[in-house]
Design a protein around this ligand. Sequence first.
Ligand SMILES: *[C@@H]1O[C@H](CO)[C@@H](O)[C@H](O)[C@H]1NC(C)=O
Ligand SMILES: *[C@@H]1O[C@H](CO)[C@@H](O)[C@H](O)[C@H]1NC(C)=O
Length: 311
Amino acid sequence: MLAILSVLFLCLSNPVCGVFQKLYCSISESCDCDFKPNIRDLEWDLYKNVYGQHLAQEIVSEEVARFLQNKSPERPLVLSFHGSSGTGKTLVSSMLGNHLYGSAMSSPYVHQFVPTLHFSLPDRVKEYRKELKSWVQGNLTECARSVFFFEEMEKMPPGLIDVLEPFLGPSHIVFRTNYRKAIYIFIGTTGEEVIKKLALESRQAGRDREEIKLAELEEAIARAVYNSTTSGFFQSSIIQQKLITRYVPFLPLSRRHVERCVHSQLCQRGICGRSDVVEAVGGDMIYTPAQGQYFSSTGCKAVPAKINLFL
Ligand SMILES: *[C@@H]1O[C@H](CO)[C@@H](O)[C@H](O)[C@H]1NC(C)=O
Ligand SMILES: *[C@@H]1O[C@H](CO)[C@@H](O)[C@H](O)[C@H]1NC(C)=O
């Protein structure tokens, strides 16, 4: 039985073996069977349903495509999302999960860590370090294609995340396990100040939002997460060793983006035509700075609640 399984397993990467693969996957719980990345759908989803985030759209589709096209990557893909709440960080991360695994975000190979849930007591960092390391190691042994989301990084106790350093580097091979196919996504608000500042300056200078380049922000974000005491990456060796593949800035949203969110949610409820509601919700948000009122302070976050108010 084991021999048959092995032969079938070898087939997984070969299209001629499609029939065998189906057979194998019907009796196996291998994660390769659930791993069904669809880059084109991911790109389309990002392009169509994320508003005002040209950098995130570009970086995420480019990096994920490049990473998955490489059959034996030299290091895992490590993306770090930064920006205020309501700008689309969670939306983009769930799109990633949805288009990588057949069973989407509920796949047993997609793992989410939330500090307020998993690591809530700052004086237990030592135990958390052991736990996190053994979880990630265990998960990777089960499935090299595991995806890890670390949410609310601004609430992650400093010192904890460094335990992952050996997994994120270029040459970490432990007995029969290649750790380099994993994907890590860190999500947090740290860096929002530098992002907002650049967005504001660029707006005041009359530049197009789409002209903002990653290169203008990358260094500043890295410095902010490294230096900020309210950052899971505070003085982290992960930042020092440059183990983050790309920083992904999420820009503050302006009124027209918020209104697109409202419109899209109305359409999901089957009432696309209510432009009065779009207008009302757009007008009811708080915009900053007082002079100019360029950016929504809550992004698209409060949109569903506000829609209910105006329906
Ligand atoms: C994988 O990670 C989860 C936490 O997301 C943990 O509960 C589980 O025990 C881990 N699996 C293994 C095999 O270590
Ligand atoms: C951040 O840290 C760097 C390197 O440790 C230091 O040179 C810099 O002055 C700090 N910047 C800020 C804004 O705190």
